[in-house]
Design a protein around this ligand. Structure first.
Ligand code: ADP
Length: 152
């Protein structure tokens, strides 16, 4: 299985409820490697590109408004089969259908404030990472465990 990268956006609905740390912790506890992180305000063009598949929907204005209520925190995550695994941890779009134990199932209280975005597939993950991160904002590094330290 190939090492992949995926994009997660901690949406304004989570920022407002001070869930950012908790959400990042969920990925860290699962052993998922963080390779990029940044806070940013999304402009209209960014949202229109990111959610272009929903542009014609009657609720697109609501999405735009909710995505611009606060800055967002973009995360780049890396691992084997990570795109699919992060989508599973994310849970269903609709909070009523998101299973307990998933991030949306545990924290999300409305459809337009469903706390995070996660790339849907590997093609979108590549496109979305390029949209949200410059090359120099993504990192490669080795994670250590206690056996790797010799200064104890
Ligand atoms: P996902 O985020 O699970 O990939 P979509 O790409 O279909 O799902 O939708 C993008 C986002 O648009 C959703 O996460 C949700 O916040 C919002 N959204 C989707 N459908 C609706 C709807 N019917 N009403 C309001 N917001 C919606």
């Amino acid at each position: 299985m190939a090492i992949e990268r995926t994009l997660v956006i901690v949406k304004p609905g989570a920022i407002q409820r001070e869930l950012t740390g908790e959400i990042i912790t969920r990925f860290e506890r699962k052993g998922i490697k963080l390779v990029g992180i940044k806070m940013m305000m999304l402009d209209d063009a960014m949202i229109e590109e990111h959610y272009s598949h929903l542009k014609e929907m009657p609720f697109f204005g609501d999405i735009k408004k909710s995505m611009q209520r606060t800055p967002v925190v973009a995360l780049a995550l890396e691992g084997h089969d990570i795109v699919k695994r992060v989508r599973i941890l994310t849970g269903e779009t609709n909070p009523r259908e998101a299973a307990p134990g998933t991030i949306r199932g545990d924290y999300s209280i409305s459809l337009s404030n469903n706390v995070i975005h996660a790339s849907a597939n590997t093609k979108e993950a590549l496109e979305e990472l390029q949209r949200f991160f410059k090359e120099e904002e993504l990192f490669s590094y080795r994670r250590m465990n206690v056996m790797d330290y010799s200064d104890d």
